[in-house]
Design a protein around this ligand. Structure first.
Ligand SMILES: Cc1ncc(COP(=O)(O)O)c(C=O)c1O
Length: 454
């Protein structure tokens, strides 16, 4: 994809080819799996670029909610997929061992720190990895309660959904035994200031541990779908230490921001902790459905056969996973994410001044290429400007960039870790322009009315 063709192909409006897909989508694909922000229809992708029917190019700064973290059509991953699909050794791993199944598990054990006797659950999507380990923790400790966080996201089905604060109260009821703790938010601390908020969250966790019967605590190192909230340095470590003191298993959910995105291979490394269990998904499969959990044998080895998914260990997905891990490590994508994130934030801060949007950009936060732009109604109240977020992502799509919002008002910037410098410049410039245009009223209520988002 030649970058100089990009500008010419940015044009707003819904073309008739796109409209046809929208009409057919409404009449055929189930609403339960829709999270739509604007009329996005794409036919193909290369690197950071997605192409709409008719040929319009879009810069994807979401990377399919991070599943496309290696870019679309990554050559190493594509080669591995084609080779594995040519003569596949069956299509699953639950009743037949195949060499890549073992290689993938061994590779994960080698790159995830932890105790010596560990096993790897190989699954299909982040939700099942979390679901399976949560159940395994309960069964194998004989304890029934799970500590989780308000506004967390650990899955879209089953037990994992029931411990996801984002879903509970809207799309799901709380799982049996789930206890929700406030996740400390430095920008909007739940107790007025962040020091008291951190102390409160830790005290609440400790109190629950003292009550007892807690099997595990599950935590995102950055709360992404809840609003790209970065906890203060030291908070994850303090939580992990509490877990250790009370013999509670600490599960770190790296599904969304793990594998290099935050500038380190594992996001939990930023706080220098070693979780008992780590879960992965999204980018793990290089775009194919693949998830994993790495944890102690005493938790993940039994009961034998208690988590059976036919497609788990599918050799094509696993081959893609091996290739993805090799690319992430050999190309040092963590470092690339760190550098790209710094560049992106620098350009954005210049654009905020140039386009006079500092009154609605309340906060820009994150690590590496996991960045949130928090839109506010005014800098003093810090009230969430959900309407502006909704209209900004719509306008960004019109201008040629794919981004979504989280936590109702935070633009989530998570482009592929392989993003090129000129794409960063172009994309973040357009995102700033989109905020300015939305602020100026270029996106009407009617335009966004059909898109409910979260
Ligand atoms: C932190 C986190 N964990 C788990 C999941 C669930 O992953 P999946 O949707 O791939 O099942 C998500 C999805 O957004 C997530 O953000």
């Amino acid at each position: 994809m030649k970058s100089d063709n990009l500008e010419a192909s940015f044009a707003s409006g819904i073309n008739p080819l796109v409209q046809d897909f929208l009409t057919r989508d409404a009449a055929s694909v189930a609403g339960v799996e829709k999270l739509r922000f604007y009329p996005l229809v794409v036919e193909s992708g290369t690197g950071t670029i997605l192409t709409e029917p008719g040929g319009r190019k879009l810069l994807d700064f979401s990377s399919s909610w991070t599943a496309g973290g290696l870019g679309y059509g990554n050559p190493t991953v594509t080669k591995a997929i084609i080779e594995a699909a040519t003569n596949p050794p069956g299509f699953g791993g639950i009743s037949a061992i195949h060499p890549d199944l073992i290689k993938f598990a061994e590779l994960l054990i080698s790159i995830v720190p932890g105790e010596s006797d560990r096993r790897v659950y190989i699954g299909v999507t982040g939700s099942d990895a979390n679901d399976v380990v949560l159940r395994a923790c309960k069964v194998n400790t004989g304890k029934s309660r799970v500590i989780t966080f308000e506004n967390s996201y650990h899955g879209g089905v089953g037990f994992a959904m029931g411990v996801s604060g984002v879903h509970v109260g809207t799309n799901a009821t709380a799982a049996d035994g789930a206890v929700f703790i406030p996740y400390p938010d430095p920008f909007r601390p739940h107790l007025g200031n962040i020091t008291d908020s951190v102390a409160d969250s830790l005290q609440r966790i400790k109190s629950e541990f003292e009550v007892g019967d807690v099997a595990c605590l599950i935590m995102e190192p950055i709360q992404s779908d809840g609003g790209l909230i970065v906890p203060p340095a030291g908070f994850i470590k303090a939580v992990a230490n509490l877990c250790k003191d009370f013999d509670v298993l600490f599960i770190c959910d790296e599904v969304k921001v793990g594998l290099g995105r935050t500038g380190m291979l594992h996001a939990f490394q930023r706080d220098d902790v070693v979780p008992d269990i780590v879960t992965f998904g999204k980018m793990l499969g290089g775009g194919l459905p693949l998830s994993a959990a790495v944890g102690p044998a005493r938790i993940l080895d039994g009961p034998v056969g208690s988590a059976l998914l036919t497609a788990a260990g599918n050799p094509i997905c696993v081959a893609a996973g091996i290739a993805a891990l090799e690319v992430i490590v050999s190309q040092d994508l963590s470092n690339q994410a760190e550098k790209a994130g710094k560049k992106l934030r620098k350009i954005f801060s210049e654009k905020v001044i140039e386009l006079d949007i500092s009154d609605v950009v309340g906060d820009v936060r994150g690590h590496g290429l996991a960045i949130g732009i928090d839109l506010v109604t005014d800098p003093d109240s810090k009230n969430r400007n959900s309407e502006l977020a909704r209209k900004s992502v719509y306008r960004a799509w019109e201008l040629g960039v794919v981004i979504y919002y989280v936590g109702t008002n935070v633009l989530e910037i998570t482009p592929p870790l392989t993003i090129q410098d000129h794409e960063i410049e172009q994309g973040i410039g357009l995102i700033a322009q989109a905020i300015a245009d939305a602020k100026a009223g270029l996106v009407t209520d009617e335009m966004v009315a059909a898109f409910t988002g979260w």
